[in-house]
Design a binder for this molecule. Structure first.
Ligand SMILES: [Cu+2]
Length: 248
């Protein structure tokens, strides 16, 4: 497997806003749907846009595909829009938001993890699928939630796992196909999202208040922002990451 990384990658210059308070209402459960608002926005990259991260499968090519593939690890459009940024409200009191435990799926298809970033709540069931006719194995690297390493031959179409501790961002890899990677973001409330190909995100049903927002990308790192939400209104926030080209 050949893998090419931009020399720029990982040279993130992250600005951090200083902010002074959580702003979360004490009784979110008292909010009615009428009194909530929405936060939407777009996450972009300023400065030069790096070339994509690519990989070339060297085994199971009938399933994984031959030739050069673009990794999901660092996708930036020609307009600088960043996909796969996790956008989260920070500091919301545990147990105060609605906590519907919907099963979440992580598929292995074409020797890629789909989706690349899984959002899941503690105690919700993660269903791990193998849609390929080849052996995969799912290995997580966490610090709060116990790591696991499960082989998944083609005969095992579905495995299940539950994470109990939040918040945590957990890396997922497959040792059979070293280019396969994903992230599982465990969070105790529903106010988080992943940016799409246009760098866009939306957080719905947010009670009015002033919030800290965390933006996280696996290669660009973290930055913080704020937003003030009013009832029945959409607050727009646009955020930019910057990477600095490596000298020489
Ligand atoms: Cu695999």
């Amino acid at each position: 497997m050949k893998r090419t990384y931009s020399r720029w990658v990982g040279r993130a210059v992250i600005g951090v806003f200083v902010w002074g308070g959580s702003g979360f209402p004490e009784r979110l459960e008292a909010q009615t749907p009428r009194s909530v608002g929405k936060i939407s926005g777009r996450v972009t990259l300023t400065g030069p846009i790096p070339p994509p991260v690519v990989y070339t499968p060297t085994k199971d090519t009938q399933t994984c595909g031959a030739g050069v593939h673009t990794s999901d690890e660092f996708l930036v459009s020609s307009d600088g829009e960043i996909e796969h940024v996790v956008v989260s409200l920070v500091g919301i009191p545990t147990g105060t938001a609605q906590n519907v435990l919907v099963p979440v799926t992580l598929d292995q298809r074409g020797c890629r993890f789909i989706p690349h970033i899984v959002l899941i709540r503690p105690s919700a069931t993660l269903e791990i699928l193998n849609s390929d006719g080849v052996l995969h194995n799912v290995r997580t690297t966490g610090s709060k939630n116990p790591s696991f390493n499960k082989a998944q031959p083609k005969s095992v179409r579905k495995m299940k796992h539950v994470f109990h501790i939040a918040p945590e961002t957990i890396r997922v890899q497959c040792d059979a196909h070293s280019w396969m990677s994903a992230w599982i973001v465990v969070q105790e409330h529903p106010f988080y999202a992943v940016t799409d190909k246009q760098g866009r995100f939306a957080l719905s049903d947010v009670p009015p208040g002033r919030y800290t927002i965390r933006y996280w990308h696996e290669r660009l790192g973290e930055r913080m922002g704020t937003a003030t939400v009013a009832a029945n209104q959409t607050t727009t926030v646009d955020v930019a990451f910057t990477i600095k080209q490596e000298e020489n």
